[in-house]
Structure formats: structure tokens, C-alpha cells
Write a protein that binds this ligand. Structure first.
Ligand SMILES: *Cc1c(COP(=O)(O)O)cnc(C)c1O
Length: 424
């Protein structure tokens, strides 16, 4: 993992400091040194704000941050200092968190299929709490960590999440009885129930249904001699307060269901990922090349023959699908640019959408490519943009979740550098 380059930190006590100011300052730096590399402004204040909001809305639910979403060391430091828990899926993630001095009791090993080596590591480091959803995993746990505390992950169907996890994880309700019987027979301690409604779920009903189902599993547990004490309501919470709205509605539904269906002594945890970090990152990328589609075969001569309406621009950005945008094709993240620097002019306004920027400029249907030589490295196959030039910049907000953590260095393009601020 890339550790923060603290020498380039823009942290300041200037009371008006904002993401916008930081973007502008960094563009100026870059322009001085003729550097067109993409960069990210990471606003750590935003992470604190999200956690504060969580605690206001869901004080009875302990967050266990899903590390895979963004293991940025500066973010982890804040979350560790705040004393929250962590959802880890592998040995390295567990190690990363334990190395910050977090107690193993504040970690849930929330991967329903664990590598034996990772399980042995969990045992060595006393990370007891872990999820399962199938018989083979129970046997694996029995072999490598018989004293583990297991949580049964159940499948929630038909949720209104925008990115479903149900194909890969979760025991169907019809299998729960057999799984718990098997666990009982081989002597595994099952202590609770977990679910994940899917990512980007803004629908309170989905959480209500999931909680009703979890409540049933508490009963099935009882029938198999288990007294569950932990309920894990997973992740999926909306991550972008500007576009997705607040968690108020979802939180209200969860609170009501918890109150109505679960005893007060049941410990309730959640595994928010995107919710805590998405809004913290703002990514700026530079237009490093362009050409008109269909004109390159004859060296651009067709340009004159094209009518304005036929013009289709192709732009090459220096961030793409092998970098921070790797989860765009799967729609785990949805991105939309704004214009940051246009013709040397700083054009970013936090409240102004792309559609309302540079209204006097004609728009063209455009294709936006990433920087690698792979033809699939295409960010937008069709997007309406004003005519951009090389050295213009685009900006993408809410880029903190599933971006840097899922980016590669394919074709030699290095991971995008971070600049940390604490906005006021
Ligand atoms: C990815 C994941 C999360 C986090 O999901 P978000 O949608 O980012 O909140 C939580 N729990 C598990 C088991 C996951 O795999």
C-alpha cells in the first residue's frame, strides 16, 4: 500500500480552507513545475464528519469499517483513534489494523470463504469473530480455529441495492437450519447473524426486510440451542451526502426494527465502507491528448468536412479504468466529471454540475479514454462536454470508496498521489 506523502500535505489552519482552495493551490503548483500528473485531495475532516453523523443517527450500532473500501493509512489512523471496529477479509487487512494497536476484539473477519493460512493467522492473533455461510467453511474453521466465534451470514434477496452481493455470499433461509445443526454437531460456537443488503442501498424497506429475516434466524438459532448475542447489519449505506442524500431515513427504519424485534442486550454492529470515506476524496485528472473521432485515418483532414453536429471528440485522461476508475464498469462506483480547469481558468464550483458549467460553450458528444494502451480503458463512451484542450483538467467528487484501493499500476501508470487537508 502506498503511504501518504506527507511532505506534500497541504494541511493548513487557514479558516477558509476548502477542497476547492486545495484544488486550486495544487493546480498552481503543478503548472509551475509543468507537472500534469493526476492527484487526489483527501479531506480528512469529511471522514470525521461522516462518523459523527453515524453516531448521531445510529448511536446503538457500532461501526466496523470495511477496510477493503479504502485502507488509506491517514483514514485508518483517524478511525482507529475514534475507537471503532474493523471488517477485515484477509490476513493483510487484519495485520494492517492490529499494527495500529487495535484490539483483536474490534475486528470481524467478514469473509465467508477464508484462506486456511489467513485463518491460522487470525487464531494466532486472536481475531475470533468471523462469518460463514456454508458447511465447508464450518469444517475449515473447526480445523484451524475451533474456538472461533462464528456469525452466520444470510442471503437477503430482492433488496433495492444498486450493487448486489447476493450472488457471491449469504446462506439462503432454507439452508440456515441445516447449517446451524452442522455447527452444533461439530461444536462451533455460533454467536450471531449478519447480512449485507448490497452496496449503495438507499431503500429503508430493504433494511427492514433484512432485519425481519435476521430476527427469524435468531429464532432458528434458539431451536438449535444457540443464544445469539450479536447482530451485524453489514454495509451498503449511501456514501455521497450530496448525491445519495443522508442516512436519516435508512437509520430511522433500522432503529425502529431493532427496537421492535431485538432484545436490548443484543450487540448490534455494522460494516459501513463507502459511507465513511466516499466523500473524502476529490480526484483531478488532466486531458493529456485529444483528437476528433474518424479523422485520424487521413491525418485529420476530414476535420474541415465535418459539420459541427458531426464532431465527436476523443479525449485521453491520465486516470482510467486501470487506476481509480477500475470499479466503474461493474457500477460499484458511478462517476461524473466536472470541469476543473478550462483554458487556464479555474472553473470548479462545488455546487455547479457539469451541465451548468460553461453554458456559453457549445457541447459535443465525446469519448473519454484512460491513459493505458488497452482499448477497454474507456471511461465514457458517450458524454456531452464542451470542447476541451490538452492541459484542461476534469475533477471527480466522492472518489474515496473503491478507487485507490482497487487501482493497479498496469502499463506503468503509477497510483495517483494524495494531498491531505482538514477542511474547515
Ligand atoms: C464490501 C463489504 C462491506 C462494505 O460495503 P459498503 O457498500 O462499502 O458499505 C461490508 N461488509 C462486507 C462483508 C463487504 O464485503
Amino acid at each position: 500500500m502506498k503511504v501518504a506523502n506527507l511532505s506534500s500535505t497541504l494541511t493548513t489552519n487557514n479558516s477558509n480552507y476548502s477542497v476547492s482552495t486545495a484544488l486550486k493551490a495544487e493546480l498552481e503548483n503543478k503548472s509551475k513545475s509543468n507537472n500534469d500528473d493526476p492527484f487526489i485531495i483527501a479531506d480528512l475532516r469529511e471522514v470525521r464528519k461522516r462518523l459523527e453523523e453515524w453516531r448521531n443517527h445510529l448511536p446503538m450500532v457500532e461501526p466496523y469499517y470495511a477496510v477493503k473500501c479504502n485502507p488509506d493509512p491517514m483514514i485508518l489512523k483517524i478511525l482507529c483513534a475514534e475507537g471503532i471496529g474493523f471488517d477485515c477479509a484477509s490476513q493483510e487487512e487484519i495485520k494492517l489494523i492490529l499494527d495500529q494497536g487495535v484490539s483483536p476484539s474490534k475486528i470481524i473477519f467478514a469473509n465467508i470463504v477464508k484462506t486456511s493460512v489467513h485463518l491460522q493467522y487470525a487464531k494466532e492473533r486472536k481475531v475470533r469473530l468471523m462469518t460463514f455461510d456454508n458447511v465447508d467453511e464450518l469444517h475449515k474453521i473447526k480445523i484451524h480455529y475451533p474456538d472461533a466465534e462464528a456469525i452466520i451470514r444470510i442471503l437477503i434477496q430482492n433488496t433495492k441495492a444498486q450493487y448486489s452481493l447476493g450472488d457471491k455470499a449469504g446462506a439462503p433461509m432454507s439452508s440456515v437450519g441445516n447449517l446451524l445443526q452442522e455447527a452444533r454437531d461439530i461444536g462451533i460456537s455460533v454467536v450471531g447473524v449478519s447480512f449485507h443488503v448490497g452496496c449503495r442501498c438507499f431503500d429503508p424497506i430493504s433494511y427492514r426486510n433484512a432485519l425481519t429475516q435476521a430476527r427469524e434466524v435468531f429464532e432458528i438459532g434458539k431451536a438449535h440451542g444457540y443464544q445469539f448475542h450479536t447482530l451485524d447489519i453489514g454495509g451498503g449505506f449511501p456514501g455521497d451526502p450530496k448525491k445519495d442524500g443522508s442516512i436519516a431515513e435508512v437509520a430511522r427504519a433500522i432503529k425502529e426494527e431493532l427496537h421492535a424485534n431485538f432484545a436490548a442486550n443484543v450487540r448490534v454492529i455494522a460494516e459501513p465502507g463507502r459511507y465513511l470515506v466516499a466523500s473524502a476524496y476529490t480526484l483531478a485528472a488532466c486531458v493529456i491528448g485529444r483528437r476528433l473521432k474518424d479523422t485520424w485515418l487521413d491525418g485529420g483532414n476530414t476535420k474541415d468536412r465535418l459539420t459541427e453536429a458531426d464532431k465527436k471528440w476523443m479525449y485521453y485522461l491520465n486516470e482510467g479504468l486501470y487506476g481509480c476508475f477500475s470499479r466503474v464498469p461493474s457500477q460499484l462506483i458511478i462517476v461524473k466529471p466536472k470541469i476543473l480547469l478550462y483554458n487556464g481558468e479555474f472553473s470548479y464550483r462545488p455546487d455547479c454540475e457539469l451541465e451548468n458549467q460553461l453554458l456559453e460553450e457549445p457541447r459535443y458528444d465525446s469519448i473519454v479514454w484512460g491513459p493505458t494502451c488497452d482499448t477497454t480503458d474507456c471511461l465514457f463512451k458517450s458524454i456531452s462536454l464542451p470542447e476541451l484542450e490538452v492541459n484542461d483538467w476534469l475533477v471527480f467528487e466522492s472518489m474515496g470508496a473503491y478507487t485507490t484501493s482497487a487501482s493497479t499500476v498496469f502499463n506503468g501508470f503509477q497510483k495517483t498521489k494524495l494531498h491531505y487537508i482538514n477542511s474547515v
